[in-house]
Design a protein around this ligand. Structure first.
Ligand code: ATP
Ligand code: MG
Length: 415
């Protein structure tokens, strides 16, 4: 019997894990500098949580969610995103009793039953943040500034900051009527999903990814033209702040975000180097969600970075070294095999990563193995050297070698 990963799922193997760890560390560092605290909600939640927050007429909930019944017949889902979980936790643990702003971040796998393709997986990873308690656009601007710093730090260029405002429930009421009138005589040209959305949630039609729908909606009215005074002022201030923070942006009035909970500011960061799946960061404000889940009225904003896509555009990783370069301990003659194993143990006790040869084999074959293990150092336990309380060492990267006492060797390696 042979097994393979499920379609759209993949193993992240040890040979690429340095890259993941490096990037996760970068992300954690900048989030923590901005006083975000990590939160780890479970991966499995009540499906209802996502139906209610993301919205029933969205692609994520309609088509992409891993949803099933557990043994008690509860309808559960693998999380397609983490915002809903963070909001649930915020309310469940009454974290709103702490003084605002409350800042959370998460890094972890998300699940969406999508058609796998470049930059699109069924299990993928997001690193994201959520801030609760700040109504001012200053926080959106700060969040974008924070990601900009992350990108700069990783030497990633060629990014476009695309922003939009989708207003609040007030602005949407008028817009919705206008949109319905507009869609009325187009509806037969739309895909079957959109025909249903037209009835239930017409705004969703604007987010359809089907090419023919996009084309027939190219002259659709834009919500940006229907903002109420408050939303308009919020958006204006947001743009002013972005300029102050030296963030080049474009206004993309077509960004509506495929989730129900957004209000006012929405944004995406895209790059041409990713091809069709061009968005690497997406987020926005959601001022009504906490309240609609039974919490106190709480303004909130967040974003998520697609980690696979971040890694894809982070080309500059040749310099990333393994955290613990491995020392390979070999023995010159069979009687010293045990000494070699003991020496490896000594190294590990001294916080030096070590590998040793456990079977009986020639020195030549041990050195070949050291090479294949990609060892950084080789230390050879030899009879003559033992008498002098020393060992032969070789740096496998630059070829330098010599003989030294254990103390000297530890110093050398730790340097
Ligand atoms: P897209 O338009 O690419 O489908 P989305 O709007 O569905 O993205 P969000 O739900 O906003 O994406 O998720 C935020 C980020 O997570 C995206 O910008 C992307 O980088 C990443 N992402 C989303 N879905 C996937 C996936 N199936 N595989 C890999 N990364 C993904
Ligand atoms: Mg999607």
């Amino acid at each position: 019997m042979r097994f393979n990963t499920l379609r759209g799922m993949r193993d992240i193997l040890p040979q690429e894990i340095h890259l993941w760890q490096y990037i996760e560390e970068k992300v954690r560092k900048i989030f923590e500098i901005y006083n975000f605290k990590e939160i780890r909600p479970p991966i499995l939640e009540a499906a209802e949580l996502f139906l209610r927050s993301i919205g029933e007429d969205t692609d994520i909930v309609e088509k992409e969610m891993y949803i099933f019944h557990d043994k008690k017949g509860r309808t559960v889902a693998l999380r397609p995103e983490a915002t809903a979980s963070v909001v649930r936790a915020y309310i469940e643990h009454r974290l709103f009793n702490n003084p605002p702003p409350q800042r959370f971040y998460y890094i972890g796998p998300m699940f969406r039953y999508e058609r796998p393709q470049k930059g699109r997986f069924r299990q993928f990873h997001q690193a994201g943040v959520e801030v609760f308690g700040i109504a001012e656009p200053l926080i959106e601007a700060e969040l974008l500034y924070m990601v900009k710093r992350l990108f700069e730090d990783m030497n990633i260029r060629d990014l476009t900051y695309e922003i939009n405002s989708i207003g609040c429930l007030n602005c949407r009421a008028e817009f919705k009527q206008l949109l319905l009138d507009y869609l009325e005589n187009k509806v037969l040209k739309l895909c079957s999903d959109c025909q249903r959305r037209f009835q239930r949630n017409p705004l969703r039609v604007l987010d359809c990814k089907v090419e023919s729908c996009k084309n027939s909606l190219s002259d659709a009215p834009l919500i940006l033209d229907f903002l109420c005074d408050e939303c308009e002022a919020h958006f204006e201030e947001f743009k002013t702040l972005l300029k102050e923070f030296d963030i080049d942006f474009i206004i993309n009035p077509k960004i509506v975000r495929g989730l129900d909970y957004y209000t006012k500011t929405v944004f995406e960061i895209t790059t041409p180097s990713l091809g069709a799946q061009s968005a690497v960061v997406a987020g926005g404000r959601y001022d009504n969600l906490v309240e609609s889940f039974g919490g106190p009225k709480t303004p909130a904003v967040g974003f998520a970075i697609g980690m696979e896509r971040l890694i894809e555009i982070f080309k500059d990783f040749s310099f990333i070294k393994p955290k613990y370069p491995t020392v390979y301990v070999a023995y010159a003659t069979e009687e010293l095999r045990k000494d070699a194993i003991n020496l490896a143990r000594f190294f590990r006790d001294s916080e030096i990563s070590a590998e040793a040869v456990y079977e009986n084999t020639s020195l030549k074959s041990q050195l070949r193995k050291a090479d294949r293990f990609n060892a950084y150092w080789v230390i050879i336990v030899g009879p003559e050297e033992m008498k002098r309380s020393s060992y032969r060492w070789k740096n496998m990267r630059n070829g330098l070698e010599g003989e030294a006492t254990l103390e000297e060797i530890v110093k050398l390696i730790k340097k």
